[in-house]
Design a protein. Structure first.
Length: 451
């Protein structure tokens, strides 16, 4: 069958429960006829993982290079994840009108454009220009995520769709690890402005203005170059996709009403709660991965050393993703989600109240529990949406705005230095703790309702 339609994507609760039935255990997650499209689309998960996780450490980098506060530097995340919110709905509208492939290629073009805009941004040394570049870059990522996730769900059996999405999402951390490695080895470790004196204090702020200008020019070029190379890679992969046959997305005769679609989505409790849960999850993820550097720096580690802890966290995230995908053959996805989120709550308590290296290790370990959350919430929320799947996917991608809104709040808390005798960076992790509480509640409610 050469054309796949989202009309065939009905995932009601009865079918979801079949995921743990013996027949679905033996069913292939990816059928042979869909293998090539699956591999190509799965590569996109790695691509946006790279962009996400080379960018998270840039909050710390721009804070130093541009000599700004944590709150101001956190607008990197506001611009980056705000782009998702802006473009997810337009992407869904285009998916309704055109093929998956066309929308993916538009996304690749916007992705590459945003990265290449780092050239003039570094030339003019304007923080606002960098923010605009991130914003446009994530226009492309919004197109890719809005399209790729439901496409993966549709490439095969309904009974294995959530497992298939978890498998595809498992390659996202591979891109993320690569992005983290590049950030550590080719950006953070090369920043002249991040060098410390013998007492562990930054020497950049104490230098004459002329010396600061020279160092800033050097460091902005260091930040620029990996993004430019990324843009070239995106263009090459876009060309490969352009010459490859990708399954279509819908019946040409399908009737579409935006008003009716929105009304159906709003009336779907599982979907509405799923979008809210996704907002909290993305906020928690971005806060944990962005401010792990500040947490480690507060313990005396350098930026490059702190980024190494982020890499360890991502390894745990990757391992957890594969473990969760396997466990879903035997345990309800909703129950796993609730339990994993509660694990995140427990480790956040250690990070906040015990602190020190033990708190840092707990913060790193949180990634193991976060591993299954995004694709699982995504799959649960899209159950039974049928022809509304594209717009359902758009709403879930728009939920990534949690990563735009919450980091600046955490950054403002970190800037306070101390709260009630605790380091403010420790207390700032109350925000992800509350997020994990909401996710655990969502998973538990859905588990009880499915019984």
């Amino acid at each position: 069958m050469s054309n796949i339609t989202l009309d065939k994507l009905e995932l009601n609760e009865e079918e979801q429960n079949q995921n743990t039935a013996p027949d679905s255990k033996n069913e292939k997650v990816v059928e042979k006829k869909y293998l090539i499209p699956f591999i190509l689309i799965t590569s996109l998960f790695a691509l946006w993982g790279f962009a996400n996780d080379i960018t998270n450490p840039m909050v710390s980098a721009f804070k130093t290079v541009m000599d700004i506060s944590n709150f101001e530097a956190s607008f990197v995340q506001f611009a980056f994840y705000g782009g998702y919110f802006t473009m997810a709905l337009p992407a869904a509208i285009l998916v309704k009108k055109y093929s998956y492939k066309s929308v993916i290629l538009i996304g690749m073009g916007l992705y590459a454009t945003g990265t290449l805009l780092f050239i003039p941004a570094a030339q003019f040394q304007m923080f606002g220009f960098f923010l605009a570049s991130y914003y446009i870059l994530t226009f492309g990522l919004a197109f890719l995520e809005t399209t790729a996730n439901p496409l993966i769900l549709s490439l095969g059996s309904k009974a294995t769709s959530t497992r298939r999405l978890n498998l595809a999402q498992a390659f996202n951390p591979i891109g993320s690890l690569t992005g983290m490695f590049v950030a550590q080895q080719f950006i953070l470790s090369k920043l002249e402005s991040a060098k410390l004196n013998t007492s562990g204090k930054s020497i950049f702020a104490s230098l004459p203005e002329a010396d600061q200008a020279l160092i800033r020019t050097h460091d902005l070029m260091v930040i620029r170059d990996p993004y430019v190379l990324l843009g070239l890679v995106v263009l090459i992969i876009g060309i490969v996709i352009a010459v490859t046959k990708i399954p279509s997305k819908r019946n040409k005769d399908e009737q579409f009403s935006l008003k009716d679609t929105i009304n159906r989505l709003l009336d779907n409790t599982t979907y509405s709660e799923g979008v809210i849960a996704q907002i909290f999850y993305v906020g928690a993820q971005i806060m944990c991965w962005t401010f792990i550097i500040q947490y480690a720096e507060n313990l005396g580690y350098s930026k490059a050393e702190a980024q190494f802890f982020n890499i360890i966290a991502m390894v745990l995230f990757l391992v957890g993703r594969f473990i969760a995908t396997f466990m879903m053959r035997y345990v309800s996805a909703t129950l796993l989600l609730s339990v994993f989120a509660f694990g995140g709550v427990a480790l956040m308590c250690v990070t906040i109240f015990i602190g020190g290296d033990i708190g840092l290790y707990a913060l790193i370990g949180t990634s193991l529990f976060m591993s299954l959350m995004f694709p699982t919430i995504y799959g649960i929320a899209l159950e039974g949406l049928d022809q509304d799947a594209e717009f359902g996917a758009a709403g879930l991608v728009m939920a990534i705005v949690g990563g735009a809104l919450m980091p600046p709040i955490q950054g403002a808390i970190v800037d306070l230095e101390t709260i009630l005798g605790y380091p403010s960076v420790n207390i700032s992790f109350v925000l992800p703790l509350l997020c994990f509480c909401m996710i655990s509640l969502f998973g538990y409610r859905r588990y009880i309702n499915s019984k």
